[in-house]
Write a protein that binds this ligand. Structure first.
Ligand SMILES: Cc1cc2nc3c(=O)[nH]c(=O)nc-3n(C[C@H](O)[C@H](O)[C@H](O)COP(=O)(O)O)c2cc1C
Length: 297
């Protein structure tokens, strides 16, 4: 029996039907692919945010660009002079100096127990002078080092920090972070804040001011202050003193108010400085060997 007899419709319209079927499949495939892409763009990838950033309550920098004067912050006719401060050493001396410096830095340890024995003020001034030699974005020197030696002020800073740190440890830091800190035996009690003869507070200036009162950009201020803090710590070590790099979470605004510091300054580090207590102990940590930290290509 001929097809035109038992399926006349199919016989008549098969080219159209075939075109429709193919078109249907093509459209289905396109929609499927599009849907997958759509889903990919709608569901955002979960971004990793480290716990210290998550636990920090934002201390807004309050910068707007309405009152900048758009002039160069440095003199436009700044002179460029010969490099007179550079000193070249022989390879032998270089080797000796680099090794000696490494050994000195390698002996640095974070100290949590201090003697209250006084330290000459001039030593502290030299240490801070050293920190002030750090490079900074566009030479903006975005740092302020506040030194506390007054026992009453140290006590008030301690109270403020201990109160906030108790909340940090019990509520904000979470199980993993507190577990990671357990071997170091740290908690919210900070005796070193009143024991050490000095506390150096490192403030980052989010922006500065020109002589005419307009705002001055502080480029890479976070990084510049971190470099400066590294030099500060190296100078403390070199002077034969000890310190503790502390980052009191969420205490910045309170301490800034207590010490009457302006809004453009944000507390980044707090370092007790002094001699170690007689019976001071440190966690028995090891450092990564060179082959784990250096890639030579
Ligand atoms: C950015 C930073 C923040 C730190 N914060 C704290 C802190 O808040 N409290 C503390 O006891 N130690 C703090 N430390 C010290 C580290 O625990 C210490 O450097 C580490 O355990 C290694 O020990 P070491 O410094 O003796 O080599 C901090 C260190 C760094 C670099």
């Amino acid at each position: 029996m001929a097809m035109s007899t038992y399926a006349p419709f199919l016989f008549e319209y098969w080219p159209q039907l075939l075109t429709l079927t193919v078109a249907y499949y093509i459209v289905t495939v396109i929609l499927k692919v599009k849907n997958v892409n759509l889903q990919k763009s709608v569901v955002p990838k979960k971004k990793y945010i480290s716990p210290d950033i998550q636990a920090e309550i934002k201390d807004e920098d309050d910068v707007d660009d309405t009152d900048f004067n758009f002039k160069s912050a440095l003199p436009e006719d700044l002179a460029h002079v010969p490099l007179s401060s550079y000193k070249r050493y022989s390879e032998e001396v270089m080797l000796e100096r680099s090794l000696e410096f490494y050994q000195d830095m390698n002996n640095r340890r974070t100290l949590r127990y201090y003697s209250s024995e006084p330290v000459p003020r001039e030593v502290i001034e030299n240490i801070i002078r050293t920190a002030g030699t750090a490079p900074s974005g566009a030479h903006t020197e975005p740092w302020t080092f506040v030194v506390l030696s007054d026992p009453d002020l140290k006590q008030r800073v301690r109270e403020l920090i201990e109160e906030e740190e108790e909340i940090n440890y019990t509520k904000r830091m979470g199980n993993q972070w507190t577990k990671d800190l357990q071997p170091l035996k740290t908690d919210w009690v900070k005796e070193y804040l009143t024991e050490a003869p000095y506390i150096i507070l490192v403030f980052k200036q989010a922006y500065g001011y020109n002589d005419d009162g307009t705002k001055k950009n502080h480029y890479y201020n976070e990084l510049s202050v971190a470099i400066s803090a590294g030099l500060l710590m190296a100078a403390i070590q070199r002077a034969g003193l000890v310190t503790l790099t502390s980052t009191p979470l969420n205490c910045g605004p309170g301490i800034r108010t207590l010490l009457n510091r302006p809004n453009n300054e944000k507390l980044t580090l707090l370092l007790p400085v002094g001699y170690p207590a007689k019976d001071a102990t440190v966690p028995n940590l090891t450092r990564k060997p060179l082959k784990e930290i250096m890639v030579w290509l």
